[in-house]
Design a binder for this molecule. Structure first.
Ligand SMILES: [Mn+2]
Length: 355
């Protein structure tokens, strides 16, 4: 298991690779070219530049999160084959630079959703939170405005302004797309890219939907154990796998995360670890990584990963905002670093107990 840390790149992140290098056990970053749009072919010079920047700090690029997928592919519009060709070109460039892990998602229109990006907790920290009652009483424009107002000027991953400017048009193209159609479109995409992934040894790791249910009437196909197994079966290849995100899957208390991990041995290419605190039906706050701060049993989650022999990249996921840090919501240095130290402790104890 390889401990990693998400980094958005020099011009977008408040944190430096040198700071990340000092977090115990971290060997690599998970990054992306944050200023490329879905559908755009990446520039080789930009890939080489970010790679050498990370290596200068004594770290590696352990994976890309994300190479975003154009909505034409998700919705199977007439331009989809052109955009799949572009995606393959980007994979080839990444593969030639020796990067072997790509996280992506297949959520229509936008990625993750929250009703609040800075909800105060009793300890004075703030967290991202979700309350279905609030979200269901908002239209999409309200949501966009509310996230924009609370993002402290940072561009939120998955909510890029260029993409959101087209939201009405995007909602329209998904009008007749149900879960089965969307899944079929995902299968078409995966079958098209797998030969390239196999050639370069690139592991594709789909990120679960966040939260793990339909929002604004859009179809969602990566919500639970059944969905994850269906995804794996869409394109049987060692390169087709998942990102096990405990917080996204864990937004639904019906998802038994350790059991899902054990059922997907060999298909988990990447792991995001964080905790959530259930407050009611479809209502949760994000929490510190510590088990007792939230509703997930982090010991059992880490134990399941050790037991199945997970040897891929793992990163802490969203943290609380603490110690007056200003950064992209969920992606401060301090609480994610504390999360890693806690996960390091769990791992050491689990491994010693297993001996
Ligand atoms: Mn995640």
């Amino acid at each position: 298991m390889k401990m990693t840390f998400r980094w958005f790149g020099e011009n977008f992140d408040t944190i430096t690779p040198e700071q990340i290098r000092q977090i115990p056990a971290v060997v690599g970053v998970i990054t992306t070219l944050y200023d490329t749009l879905p559908g755009q072919v990446w520039e080789i010079d930009a890939i080489k530049a970010i790679k050498s920047r990370v290596e200068r700090a004594g770290l590696e690029i352990s994976g890309i999160e994300s190479v975003n997928i154009h909505d034409a592919i998700k919705a199977a519009t007439p331009e989809r084959d052109m955009y799949i060709e572009n995606y393959i070109k980007t994979l080839e460039l990444i593969g030639q630079e020796g990067i072997d892990l790509v996280c992506y998602n297949f959520m229509p229109v936008f990625d993750w959703t929250r009703s609040d990006l800075a909800k105060p907790r009793p300890d004075g920290s703030t967290v991202l939170s979700y309350d279905a009652e609030i979200v269901e009483n908002m239209n999409f424009e309200d949501m966009l405005e509310s996230l924009g107002n609370k993002s402290e000027g940072f561009i939120l991953p998955g909510w890029e302004p260029e993409r959101m400017a087209r939201n009405k048009e995007l909602f329209e193209i998904y009008k007749d797309i149900d879960e089965n159609t969307l899944r079929g479109n995902l299968g078409y995409f995966l079958k098209a890219i797998m030969p390239t992934c196999e050639k370069y040894g690139i592991k594709m790791a789909i990120h679960p939907d966040d939260p793990a249910w339909s929002v604004f009437g859009l179809p969602r196909i990566v919500k639970n154990k059944e969905d994850l197994h269906a995804l794996v079966n869409l394109a049987p290849s060692p390169c087709n796998g998942i990102t096990l995100c405990t917080g996204s899957l864990g937004s639904n208390p019906d998802n038994d995360i350790p059991e899902i991990i054990r059922s997907l041995k060999g298909k988990i290419h990447f792991t995001h670890v964080r905790n959530v605190k259930y407050l009611g039906y479809r209502k949760f706050d994000e929490a510190a990584h510590l088990s007792s701060d939230g509703s997930l049993d982090m010991y059992e989650i880490m134990k399941a990963l050790v037991d199945i022999g997970f040897d891929g990249a793992l990163r802490p996921d969203h943290g609380r905002m603490v110690w007056d840090e200003k950064s992209m919501p969920g992606y401060g240095l301090y609480d994610r670093a504390m999360g890693i130290c806690y996960l390091n402790g769990l791992l050491e104890a689990i491994r010693k107990n297993n001996k």
